[in-house]
Design a protein around this ligand. Structure first.
Ligand code: G6P
Length: 463
């Protein structure tokens, strides 16, 4: 029963994000294949009736769908010029803003803000304006608009000018850079980004730490956050969905296949990531190598299952990182593998059912990002684990704020400490591991996606 005081979603809710809830692939016979995505926003928005999702067409299939007028009800895909989108998405969003917020630059030589950067920045403005204009067109009087992430940092300010009647929220799914690092950006660009987000009534983050970093940047660069309210909503795992999905037949099949690969009686250390620079996969492999090197008793008795799914392969630095992950995994197998034991099982083909299978059978989960907005793998594993799983968790992941107490926490740069943490996790007593997993699962599901989304709407309605 809905109580009188339950949060009442605004009459109309719009969400804007670069990547939408559906994407299209063009088949060889010319037909289009629709693929629906999951994630927190998709489940969150399901709690609302009157809604519209504005997103970008991301590839040839999406563009063709827009041209043919194919689409899902409630989804508007913007066919932004492919070169403009590439500059905005690959050039600015993923090569500049992502790098700034995750502290990824090799600062002696990067970044370089030159004429090419300015050209790409102009595309970033054009791309943000396309979103603001589409939202201004679609939004009914007084609607709530929830703008997502660094790709669309300029949208709140632009939309506010076009439609002062709207309630605008911005949500950052990434960390926020500390002010000294944020100031690597050219001064005018740093200001424009902050003012863009401050165009929202409310700017929200996954953790207090990222919100404070944003407030710190606004204080030092602009003198404050003005009238914009700042909030924190720590997205949790979707327990109902995960527990159901993890017990479907295809997951059971993959578990059997993984068990076969691992071999009887061996422990497993599992990691699942996009092959992403911030995920720190290479240091994770080095830590595993150090474990085998320093503690020979683990040789032949443990397998590292590493799923590293391709991501942002338009960018050379991501392609190189992908190759490096493969190289290091191969070198561990060459150094330590035997006829009947493969120390690292690396899979690179994205397969959600297989990820869930690995979550269920893992003895240890390794989540060691350099920096991460939240990291949902750390939250999903304890929810579906079959027999309890020890979590080795970077203190630089947003999830650390909620899960740190029951994880074995590491400085992600410290390979030796990570190796020691893996040993500690592998040797954790069964009852201790089970008890910790239970508490981790409770903390991980404290704010399920639908509530996470409704809380944001409710907070936007106030003030
Ligand atoms: C992060 C970002 C998302 C993004 C996702 C995948 O989680 O916060 O906005 O969609 O990475 O990256 P991609 O570039 O493939 O959309």
């Amino acid at each position: 029963m809905v109580s009188e005081h339950a949060p009442q979603p605004a009459a109309q809710v719009l969400v804007a994000s670069n990547r939408g809830p559906v994407s299209y692939a063009l088949r060889e016979d010319g037909t289009l294949d629709a693929k629906r995505g999951g994630g927190g926003l998709v489940s969150g928005l399901s709690a609302v009736d009157d809604k519209m999702w504005v997103c970008a067409a991301l590839g040839d299939g999406d563009r063709e769908a827009v041209r043919r007028g194919v689409g899902e009800p409630g989804v508007r895909m913007l066919d932004i010029d492919a070169d403009v989108h590439a500059d905005a998405y690959n050039g600015i969003a993923n090569s500049v803003l992502w790098f700034v917020h995750h502290l990824l630059y090799q600062t002696p030589v990067e970044p370089v803000f030159d004429a090419e950067f300015r050209r790409q920045w102009a595309s970033f403005e054009t791309y943000n304006r396309a979103f603001a204009e589409a939202l201004a067109e679609e939004a009914g009087e007084g609607a709530a608009v929830l703008v997502q992430d660094y790709h669309l940092a300029l949208v709140p300010g632009m939309l506010r000018e076009l439609r002062p009647d709207l309630r605008i929220g911005h949500f950052s799914h990434t960390p926020w850079a500390p002010v000294d690092y944020f100031r690597l950006l050219p001064d005018d660009i740093a200001e424009q980004l902050l003012r863009g987000i401050l165009g929202a009534d409310r700017a929200a983050f996954l953790t207090r730490r990222w919100a404070d970093a944003f407030i710190g940047c606004c204080a030092e660069i602009l003198g404050g956050t003005g009238h914009t309210r700042i909030g924190v909503h720590g997205l949790g795992a979707d327990a109902d969905f995960l527990r159901g999905r993890a017990h479907e037949a295809d997951v059971d099949e993959r578990m059997a296949a993984l068990r076969e690969q691992v071999g009887p009686g061996r422990k497993t250390i599992v990691r699942v990531d996009r092959t992403e620079l911030s995920k720190n996969i290479v240091r994770g492999l080095h830590a595993y190598r150090a474990l085998l090197d320093e503690r020979p008793e683990w040789r032949g008795r443990v397998v590292h299952i590493a799923f590293a799914y391709p991501s942002r392969q338009d960018l050379a630095v991501y392609r190189e990182y992908t190759a490096e992950v493969q190289r290091v995994a191969d070198s561990v197998n060459e150094a330590y593998g035997t006829a009947d034991w493969t120390p690292v099982v690396l899979h690179v083909k994205d397969d959600f059912a297989r990820s869930l299978a690995a979550y269920r059978l893992a003895d240890v989960a390794l989540v060691n990002p350099i920096r991460d907005g939240m990291n949902l793998v750390a939250k999903e594993v304890p929810v579906v684990s079959d027999h309890g799983c020890a979590l080795v968790l970077s203190r630089e992941a947003g999830a650390y704020e909620e899960l740190g107490a029951d994880a074995i926490t590491v400085n992600p740069y410290d390979v030796s400490a990570t190796a020691a943490a893996l040993h500690e996790a592998l040797t954790m007593a069964d009852d201790e591991r089970t008890a910790r997993t239970k508490r981790l699962a409770a903390a991980a599901t404290a704010l399920p996606p639908q509530q996470w989304f409704l809380d944001q709407l409710e907070a936007l309605g106030q003030g």
